[in-house]
Design a binder for this molecule. Structure first.
Ligand SMILES: [Zn+2]
Length: 94
């Protein structure tokens, strides 16, 4: 077995550990789209939070406040996406 194949397999196994969806053979597409949306907002929150911290460290309080508003906006969108995911699972039974 080539090294690349072994690394690729290891990555797949590692992904399975952090992504419960990967264990399901036939994930509902609607549910997957909602999960993707939640994850996208979580990633943005993570990036924006880091940017806020960096702006504060650099003494740019105005910029930090501006980015913090974006963090709040993304948090709201993440909450709505989470709610939609919960609603979908309840109604669809997936
Ligand atoms: Zn579904």
């Amino acid at each position: 077995m080539g090294l690349f194949v072994r690394i690729a397999r290891k990555l797949t196994l590692d992904q399975r550990k952090i992504s419960p969806m990967a264990e399901k053979p036939n994930p509902c597409l609607g549910q997957q789209e909602l999960i993707d949306e939640v994850q996208l907002h979580l990633m943005r929150i993570s990036e924006l939070s880091r940017a806020t911290a960096e702006a504060l460290a650099a003494g740019s309080e105005g910029l930090a406040l501006e980015i913090d508003k974006e963090v709040e906006r993304e948090l709201g969108m993440k909450e709505r996406a989470m709610g939609a995911l919960h609603q979908h699972r309840k109604e669809h039974g997936c």
